[in-house]
Design a protein. Structure first.
Length: 167
């Protein structure tokens, strides 16, 4: 499991006083108001202020006080330590923890590895790279298909429907 989580990416700067425009990599952008500091690369910065603008988060970090310094952080990621992450509800997982899980059928047939989780408005889709070659399938992340997630063993058991793997 990851020791740190990326929670945003600095995409631009705002004004002359070192504010950063951040694309949030969390579905709960108010999270930035609940944490005291973030990491950029291996350096910790205390959060001085948070505001929102057109779906982005605008942060003022202590120690970044001018536009030139702020510009040097463009395209860098903001991270937090796992211990500072939000506690998730039961049967909810961080994507970074799911990626890499081995995927098995209910009959214990190993079919591949989870390589990505695609998020859309109806439900997440688990992208699984199949054992046989560079083929990938998408499995809806709903109870009908995802029968077990075991984070200790790093595996997922799925119930496939006929024809899903015939690609």
């Amino acid at each position: 499991m990851a020791d740190y989580f990326n929670i945003g990416q600095i995409v631009n700067v705002v004004g002359l006083k070192g504010e950063l425009r951040v694309f949030p990599l969390t579905d709960y952008q108010e999270r930035f108001e609940e944490i005291a500091s973030v990491l950029i690369e291996d350096k910790s910065f205390e959060i001085e202020s948070v505001r929102y603008y057109k779906g982005l988060v605008v942060l003022k970090l202590k120690g970044i006080d001018d536009r030139n310094t702020a510009e040097s952080y463009k395209m860098k990621y903001l991270r937090i330590d796992r211990k500072d992450a939000r506690v998730l509800p039961e049967d909810t997982y961080y994507i970074t923890d799911l990626v890499g899980c081995e995927v098995y059928t209910m009959e214990d047939e190993h079919i591949g590895k989870l390589v990505d989780v695609l998020q859309n408005s109806s439900q997440d889709l688990y992208e699984v790279e199949l054992n046989e070659g560079p083929k990938r399938i998408l499995i809806p992340a709903v109870d009908e298909f995802i029968k077990e997630v075991n984070m200790e063993k790093h595996l997922i058991k799925v119930q496939l429907i006929e024809g899903l793997m015939d690609i």
